[in-house]
Design a protein around this ligand. Structure first.
Ligand SMILES: O=C(CO)COP(=O)(O)O
Length: 269
């Protein structure tokens, strides 16, 4: 399904990964995932909170439900969606295509979030198809991986994560990761208040980078790997301070514009 030719002819505007790496340092990204929350009012208050925010060294994105994307258009944050269809167009009632997101100026789309893997039974293969669709439309996938607690406890953490990553690598190719963001979100840390320790996050982020580096060291080095799972302003700086943690994917705390701004400020250094 994935069209390699289109990626080779990718537009200069999509080659952000080059710009995202300044002086050999990856530029952090903080993305808010509202999940099935929020309102037009929240979009408005997010817009006004960020209108005057002085953030220089961090990229910020907000991923509201589809119906509020327009309410954040031209705000002082990049737009992201929470999922997309694996189909290009046609008779797929209720689906939203990559091209539609592009037309709305969505720069990012979350793909493979654990809640969709669980609720909508999205398999590694389907996630790979969706990543390919996003790439073909030049919308940057925020590709999520993460383990349930029993997998971590059983000692199979790295095999589990490698299978999630390899499904996408084998479908779109390692070079496509130049146009992607990866998010590590341990399922046991999502919405639980139980954050991974900075050391736990760093260990997994380093594993992800080294795993990808086996195929393309330069792409792995430039890749932004976000941490997600109970990030708050009180723990953000320490998490973002880890060498392989390049920002965060924020759930609950992104529903409070002031708190979300504080988390973005923690990455702005
Ligand atoms: O799933 C998440 C972001 O995608 C994390 O959610 P919380 O920040 O609410 O734990």
């Amino acid at each position: 399904m994935y069209n390699v030719v289109r990626l080779v002819n990718i537009s200069p505007a999509f080659r952000w990964a080059k710009d995202a790496k300044v002086n050999n340092k990856r530029r952090p990204l903080v993305a808010g995932n509202w999940k099935m929350n929020g309102s037009a009012g929240l979009a408005e208050s997010m817009r006004s909170t960020f209108a005057t925010a002085q953030l220089n060294k961090v990229d910020v994105a907000v991923c509201p439900p589809f119906v509020f994307l327009h309410a954040l258009a031209d705000a002082n944050v990049a737009l992201g969606a929470q999922t997309l269809s694996e189909y290009e167009n046609g008779a797929h009632t209720g689906e939203i295509s990559a091209q539609m997101l592009k037309a709305l100026d969505c720069q990012y789309v979350i793909v493979g979030h654990s809640e969709r893997r669980a609720d909508q039974h999205e398999s590694n293969g389907l996630v790979a198809d969706k990543v390919a669709m996003a790439l073909a439309a030049e919308v940057t996938p925020i590709f999520c991986v993460g383990e349930p607690e029993d997998i971590r406890d059983s000692g199979n953490l790295y095999e589990y994560l490698a299978a999630q990553i390899d499904a996408v690598v084998s479908h779109v190719g390692i070079d496509a990761f130049e146009h992607m963001v990866v998010a590590y979100e341990p399922i046991w840390a999502i919405g639980t208040g139980k954050t991974a320790s900075p050391e736990q996050a760093q260990d997994v982020h380093r594993f992800i980078r080294e795993h990808l580096a086996k195929n393309n060291p330069a792409v792995a080095q430039g890749l932004r790997i976000l941490y997600g799972g109970s990030v708050k302003s009180s723990n953000a700086a320490e998490l973002f301070g880890q060498p392989d943690v390049d920002g965060g994917l924020i759930g609950g705390a992104s529903l409070d514009p002031e708190e979300f701004l504080r988390i973005c400020q923690a990455a702005d250094s």
